[in-house]
Design a protein around this ligand. Structure first.
Ligand code: URP
Ligand code: ZN
Ligand code: ZN
Length: 465
């Protein structure tokens, strides 16, 4: 006896079709027209779209940062993910500069142990190299790949904490190339930004608004170009995270046109929020929107949407890194001390559907590609991202006609605010299955803490090999 999702429209990255989907245990057994309901539990999907469970490849759960720890742990964060239609997340383990990758892995496995409600994987952030010529850390990279962690994060920002220099970046990229792994880059010129930040503080410009002004699109564009050029030199596939503006996009496209193996994501917030609307420099409340890269001028939004439609950007993630307003208050009077990050894991699909599909900017198939299929392909999650026999039964039943009002009062995320407070959207996750178990029913979480498991990924150079 299985679970039969009947009478829905299955949407894949390639097309849409009226098909039934039979789930058997943790996997999909059959996808066909008119599967007989005999002996199965039937879920009526009339009027619903049946999609692969979505994947958020950029989250920071229970992460020490900015003098505090992100507010969602693996339980609240993955509950919020599930309610939003996301059935897998890829979180970031951070190497402490004085420690090893294996220590970071142990720490993050402990954080997640028995706590996740949907499946998860990890990227490993390399922040220092140990041993002669980095030999010990580079050897550990092989161990990470053996463990199923096949992407390495490099921060070109946050000096003295996470930032690496070009020589470290190049060594990691050479090793990643050898391992067929992917390098994920936070692309901002941290050294130049630090100078601007000090100048602003010296001029008494301490409010949240100046966080945004201190980190220019040019600083992001420069680092985007440099990291792709270095990756190209090292023979490594590279994935630019949270690309936020038109200048950085131009560098990405330039290098892609020259044959560099470069992919990139943008995040929900850069598509719909802006300096003009959210951070005009009027109040402390704008600390809600202090994240990095910062919000940009509105004129950057259309080029980002166009790049999603034309394929130069491959993925929409969230960079979910939630802090409460009490935590943000660490930086009252000094924007440098505001913990950087915003909550969004729960709202990614609502925003992408409403402002993307409903607005005619992307098709439903593109939506599936950006949120589900491309993330699985790029990050080597072979069991995820498509609805096909043998794949994990991660299924999202999407109601394109549900009217929903986003609010902190009703969200699962642990923050006391929403970046989209009061926004009315059409389209929402109705039912969600994670490896065959229903985790969301009629929009409410019904899953189990501890159901989510660590997913081993394959090293496939971002699907570009
Ligand atoms: O502000 C952000 N984005 N916080 C999380 C860390 C990062 O840079 O992705
Ligand atoms: Zn980042
Ligand atoms: Zn991030």
């Amino acid at each position: 006896m299985g679970t039969l999702v009947k009478n829905g429209t299955v949407v894949s990255a390639e097309g849409s079709q009226r098909l039934d989907v039979l789930l058997d245990g943790e996997t999909i057994r059959e996808v066909a027209e008119g599967i007989s309901p005999a002996g199965h539990t039937v879920v009526d999907a009339t009027g619903l779209l049946v999609m692969p469970g979505a994947i958020d490849v950029h989250t920071h759960l229970d992460m020490p940062f900015g003098g505090t720890t992100s507010a969602d742990d693996y339980t609240t964060g993955t509950q919020a993910a599930a309610v939003g239609g996301t059935t897998s997340v890829i979180d970031f383990a951070l190497q402490n500069q004085s420690s090893t990758l294996n220590d970071a892995l142990t720490t993050w496995l402990k954080k997640s142990e028995g706590k996740a409600c949907v499946d998860f994987s990890l990227h490993m952030a390399v922040t220092n190299l140990h041993g002669e010529n980095g030999v010990e850390t580079l050897r550990e990279m092989q161990e990470m790949v053996n463990f199923g962690i096949t992407s390495f994060k490099l921060f070109m920002a946050y000096p003295n904490v996470l930032m690496i220099n070009d020589s470290l970046m190049f060594q990691v990229m050479q090793k990643a190339a050898e391992l067929n792994a992917l390098c994920c880059i936070h692309a901002e010129n941290g050294s130049a930004i630090d100078i601007v930040v000090s100048q602003m503080i010296a001029e008494g410009k301490t409010e949240p608004h100046y966080h945004a002004l201190s980190r220019s699109p040019k600083a992001e564009a420069e680092a985007t170009h440099r990291s792709i050029a270095l990756a190209d030199m090292a023979g490594c596939a590279v994935y630019i995270v949270h690309l936020s503006n038109e200048a950085a996009l131009a560098e990405l496209k330039f290098m892609q046109a020259r044959g560099a193996r470069a992919l990139a994501e943008t995040c929900t917030q850069y598509l719909v929020l802006s300096i003009e609307d959210q951070m005009p420099g009027k109040s402390w409340d704008e600390a809600k929107f202090v994240f990095t890269p910062p919000l940009r001028e509105k004129k950057n939004q259309d080029p980002l949407w166009d790049a999603l439609a034309d394929g130069s950007l491959s993925v929409v993630s969230t960079d979910h890194c939630p802090f409460t307003m009490d935590q943000k208050a660490l930086g009252k009077g000094d924007f440098r001390k505001i913990p950087n990050g915003g909550p969004g894991i729960e709202n990614r699909l609502q925003i992408l559907w409403h402002f993307g599909v409903n607005a005619g900017r992307i098709t439903p198939e593109k939506f599936v590609s950006l949120a589900c299929t491309a993330p699985a392909r790029i990050f080597g999650m072979t069991q995820k991202g498509v609805i096909a026999p043998g794949k994990d039964a991660d299924i999202l039943l999407w109601d394109p006609n549900e009217d929903y009002t986003i609010s902190a009062a009703t969200q699962c995320m642990a923050t006391d605010y929403s970046m989209f407070e009061g926004w009315k959207v059409k389209g929402n996750a109705k039912h969600v299955f994670s490896r065959g178990k229903q985790v969301v029913k009629d929009g409410k979480f019904v899953g189990e803490v501890g159901h989510g498991k660590f997913i081993k990924r394959i090293a496939n150079a971002g699907g570009l090999d």
